[in-house]
Design a binder for this molecule. Structure first.
Ligand code: AHR
Length: 320
């Protein structure tokens, strides 16, 4: 009897060791498909590079797909990842809607999907979790900073450089910003137009604002990202005005170029969107594959930066 009890205990131990070895082996050979939106902004490029560098550091085989700003390309990438039988898919979705069908296909193939950065409106049971910042909060931070910076002004007309239409950062940042400025009777959003998160788009939209209204009546510009704001700075200068002074600026991302603009006196504030989300994303994939249950959202914290630390932040990001 004692012999059988001992043998049973040994068997259980062997099973545990064998199962752990299997999980560890599976994680050693991890293949992840990553469907990126494109390379529309400096932040997006930094995010892609950080995802690739972290995958390499962790020995993950990352299959990267650049959606080139087209949802159909991203859907095709997901279908290709499914056909290749990857261990997991990380999707950075271009827009919020239109994902249900392909997410269902991944689920049918028993491939877990992790949403990163932008959000989707799909049924949450179709993906494991989302690793992301709170875009509403980012917009609210931008609005709160502007309210403080203009506290001594009786009127402040604001123009908004809107991100990609249908994308969650554009929708949510606009909402967070509007919610806060509604609390301040001196702040008025007088125009909003999409610059598609690109530098050229931001410049063109700002030019159209400056041409369609008396430029001296524009008190501030809110850019849904730094790249559009940098394009707008060029347009403001070409119109003979002084960005950061005649027209206050606030935007989101905290890329090196916005710190350079702050150092030059052309930009006033930016909200951080951390591009290093890969660390959390890969940890989530590994935890899920090891059998852990994950929360529906894995938050990525935000912060705000101003000219007083611009030189230091620029140096930290560029090494110069
Ligand atoms: O989804 C995040 C946004 O996408 C970034 O703020 C912007 O730069 C990018 O294009």
């Amino acid at each position: 009897m004692r012999f059988y009890r001992l043998s049973f205990a040994v068997l259980v131990m062997l099973l545990v060791v064998f199962t752990s070895a299997l999980v560890l082996h599976a994680q050693d050979d991890l293949t992840i498909g990553f469907a990126q939106t494109g390379s529309e902004s400096g932040w997006r490029t930094a995010f892609t590079e950080a995802m690739q560098a972290e995958a390499e550091a962790q020995g993950i085989n990352l299959i990267f797909s650049d959606g080139q700003q087209k949802q159909e390309n991203q859907i095709a990438a997901l279908r290709s990842f499914i056909a290749q039988g990857v261990d997991a898919i990380i999707l950075a979705p271009l827009v919020e809607t239109g994902w249900d069908e392909v997410l269902q296909e991944a689920q049918d193939a028993e491939i877990p999907v992790f949403i990163i950065d932008r959000n989707v409106t799909a049924d949450p049971s179709l993906y494991v979790t989302r690793i992301a910042s709170d875009f509403v909060y980012e917009g609210a931070l931008a609005g709160a900073w502007l309210a403080t910076a203009t506290a001594d002004r009786t009127e402040c007309n604001i123009v908004e450089l809107y991100g990609t239409v249908g994308s969650s950062p554009a929708i949510d940042r606009a909402t967070g910003f509007a919610n806060v400025i509604a609390l301040f009777p001196n702040l008025h959003l007088v125009a909003s137009q999409s610059g598609d998160f690109t530098r050229t788009g931001g410049k063109e939209v700002m030019e159209s604002f400056l041409n369609s209204m008396d430029p001296s009546t524009i008190c501030a510009v809110f850019g849904h990202n730094d790249d559009m704001l940098i394009g707008a700075i060029e347009a403001i200068k070409e119109a003979g005005l002084d960005p950061g002074d005649d027209i206050l600026t606030v935007s989101v991302d905290a890329i090196p170029d916005i710190f350079k603009a702050m150092m030059d006196g052309d930009a006033n504030a930016t909200v951080l969107l951390n591009p290093e989300m890969g660390i959390q994303a890969y940890a989530a994939v590994k935890a899920y594959l090891a059998g852990e249950t994950l929360p529906p959202l894995i938050p990525v914290p935000s912060a705000m930066y101003f000219p007083d630390t611009a030189a230091e932040e620029y140096a930290a990001r560029t090494g110069s």
